[in-house]
Design a protein around this ligand. Structure first.
Ligand code: URA
Length: 232
């Protein structure tokens, strides 16, 4: 990979910053001052030092955000704050996007990454990665509603959903697990039972729960070990 591309891909410096750093003699590769921006380096094995700090190369980043209400799951938006606006500078890099969207009024776990293959893996219903939500409902849920949701409810527009898993926490509060990500899916599933979602929070992706120490609006990196937990 080109040296300037490698350094810029890690987020801290823009391509122009990198060119200047190299011109100013502030970048070394394997102990030698880098003469030009276009020299080829091996991201895994070359030791790159930028302005005195060794570059710790990571191909991709995976971020857990506790999304507050009112923030949109987009990469940019003229009017509203986006989930990417909440990523701190130290974790920002080109190509980040939310892997799966939550509605503006839904809170909780949003995974932000620059790894398209991983996003596809966790979002495709074929891979059965469950997303867990807590939903507070306007009316009590009946056993019949639970059965409909668990056997694959048909939405008002005739779309059939895959079977969900329901855990009734109290008569107006459920934990619901789904493997799909249709538009407003849980709200529409609950609407199909004649009920309404008042509050919705995503609490888990696959086997990985939202970190209870992460305050609304805060992000932290997901470790390699935790990544494995998502897909198992
Ligand atoms: N289902 C919804 O209805 N909304 C969300 O934000 C997520 C799942």
């Amino acid at each position: 990979m080109r040296l300037d591309k490698l350094i810029a891909s890690q987020g801290k410096y823009s391509r122009n910053d990198v060119k200047k750093l190299i011109r100013d003699g502030l970048v070394t590769v394997d102990g030698e001052k880098a003469a030009t921006s276009d020299i080829q380096v091996n991201p895994e094995t070359s030791e790159v030092v930028v302005d005195g700090t060794p570059l710790c190369y990571r191909e991709h980043v995976y971020i857990m955000l506790n999304k507050p209400a009112g923030v949109v799951s987009a990469t940019d938006d003229r009017e509203h704050e986006t989930v990417l606006d909440l990523v701190p500078d130290g974790l920002k890099r080109p190509g980040l996007f939310p892997a799966g969207r939550l509605d503006a009024d839904t809170t909780g776990f949003v995974l932000i990454t620059d790894d398209g293959d991983f996003a596809h893996k966790i979002l495709s219903p074929k891979n059965h990665v469950e997303k867990t939500y807590i939903a507070e409902l306007a009316d009590p849920i009946s056993e019949d509603d639970v059965e409909k949701l668990e056997s694959g409810i048909v939405l008002k527009d005739e779309t059939r959903c895959l079977p969900a898993k329901i855990n009734v926490l109290d008569e107006r509060k459920i934990e619901i697990k789904i493997c799909e990500g249709k538009y407003h899916q849980i709200k529409r599933m609950i609407a199909a039972t004649g009920n309404r979602v008042l509050v919705l929070k995503r609490t888990k992706m696959g086997g990985l729960p939202l970190d209870i120490d992460l305050l609304p609006g805060n992000c932290r990196e997901i470790t390699q070990e935790e990544l494995g937990v998502i897909t198992t």
